[in-house]
Unconditional design. Structure first.
Length: 434
């Protein structure tokens, strides 16, 4: 078969994309392109990281009538001084250069001990895919502004002394997403509200507000009950029956000493788990406040920890019927959960950070959850027996070989139909070997 010859291949054929040009040429490699929500989330994540570090108590998101979105926080404010190596204002570098930011330096000396943004391309992607972007910084008794268009500076950094009416510290970013990079220029309101609510849940004491400039309406979220209140509300909205036992709620973070010395100080997780007999399970997970709808190793750790704890309780109290073999899915199938992990150096799958790939997160979450649930079940034996009954009933509902052929999807575990000859043959082999 003949192939068409390409044009001449020489030194001039090699192109070097600089600045934000790679983002504009291949936006799908850096963000979702169905709508601009993710590039707005990148700015929101920065504001959330400030609150996570204890430097902010409020986040204000405004949907403006001209299609722009602004995110304002009361954090420390992006530094505006001249970078020692780049010889440019730091705030300009943050918005115009890929892989530039304050989240690479970890440990006690870093500006962010725990954060979701580690690629250093977050707000620079927002800038690259926006027609216009304005930044205002309140910091060190000054108010500084800088403006960009299509990723380039069009109004250089200007600073003036703060007046009595100015806030003491914080950052405001207002972006006009460029519709040519997205299938739809509209930000899905329900998804945005869900995102803002989750930030409030994961940041106790932090008020998150959404303002609609068009009609003057606003909505605020401030959760006093944290994860449990959020899960209870979600289950009620989904029409679930009452949980079979009270929610299992806990948190544990490494101290960096003793048996936990393999983890960095502060690494760990907070969680709440409820078991119900009906309804689709509610399952949400986060890493350093970043939603992970595709799950990942922290969810695997939760699953493993729950299973090992329940299995141990069943064995200690001799509750397992003869001929019934418990498997992780028996414990997990009717479990709804909210999981918030803190990982010092999280490794995500791709820039949009939907799935956590950090291997140590399995051991981190599993160990903390297992020990906490074992203690809780043995302190509340009646609840433990009720949960064991639910789990055993689940195990008896389906033969063990079929359970081994399940595939995980972003929202949980689903059965894989045994329809193809190859799968049927493998299932028969498993049945014969068990």
């Amino acid at each position: 078969m003949a192939t068409r010859k390409t044009a001449q291949y020489s030194e001039s054929s090699i192109k070097v994309l600089k600045g934000l040009e790679p983002v504009r040429q291949r936006p799908g490699m850096y963000t979702r392109t169905d709508n601009p929500l993710h590039i707005i989330q990148e700015v929101l994540d920065n504001a959330s990281d400030e609150a996570l570090g204890g430097y902010g108590k409020e986040v204000l998101v405004t949907l403006h009538t001209d299609g722009s979105v602004s995110i304002e926080d009361d954090g420390r404010g992006i530094p505006v001084g001249i970078h020692s190596q780049e010889k440019k204002p730091v705030v300009e570098i943050v918005f115009t250069q890929l892989h530039a930011g304050g989240k690479f330096e970890k440990g006690a000396g870093g500006a962010y001990a725990f954060s979701g943004g580690l690629h250093g391309v977050g707000v620079s992607v927002t800038n690259a895919l926006s027609k216009r972007l304005e930044v205002t910084v309140w910091r060190e008794q000054q108010v500084s502004t800088i403006t960009f268009a299509d990723g380039d500076v069009i109004e250089k950094l200007k600073s003036k002394a703060a007046t009595k009416g100015d806030k003491a510290h914080g950052t405001k970013v207002r972006a006009w997403p460029n519709p040519k990079y997205f299938d739809s220029a509209q930000i899905p309101l329900a998804d945005l509200e869900r995102l803002l609510r989750s930030k409030a849940v994961l940041l106790p004491g932090v008020k998150v507000t959404l303002v609609h400039e068009k009609n003057g309406q606003s909505q605020s979220w401030l959760y006093a009950q944290g994860l449990k209140g959020y899960l209870d509300e979600s289950l009620a909205q989904g029409g679930h029956s009452a949980p079979v036992i009270p929610a299992f709620e806990g948190e544990h973070y490494a101290s960096g000493a003793g048996e936990e010395e393999s983890f960095a100080e502060g690494e760990g997780a907070a969680w709440v788990v409820s078991w119900t007999e009906d309804g689709a399970p509610v399952r949400e997970s986060y890493v350093n406040l970043i939603p992970t709808p595709a799950g990942g190793t922290h969810e695997s750790g939760l699953r493993e920890g729950l299973f090992n704890a329940v299995k141990s309780f069943v064995e200690i109290h001799a509750l397992q019927p003869k001929g019934v073999k418990l498997m992780p899915e028996d414990v997990f199938a009717r479990a709804s959960f909210i999981l918030s992990a803190k990982v010092l150096d999280p490794q995500f799958q791709g820039q949009i950070k939907e799935r956590l790939n950090s291997r140590d997160a399995v051991r981190l979450v599993s160990g903390f959850v297992k020990s906490a649930l074992e203690l809780w079940l043995n302190q509340h034996v009646d609840y433990g027996r009720t949960l064991a009954e639910l789990v055993i009933k689940q195990a008896q509902a389906e033969p063990a070989p079929a359970k081994r052929w399940k595939r995980k999807n972003p929202r949980g575990l689903r059965y894989c139909p045994v329809s193809s000859p190859i799968v049927r043959a493998k299932t028969l082999l498993l049945m014969n070997s068990s």
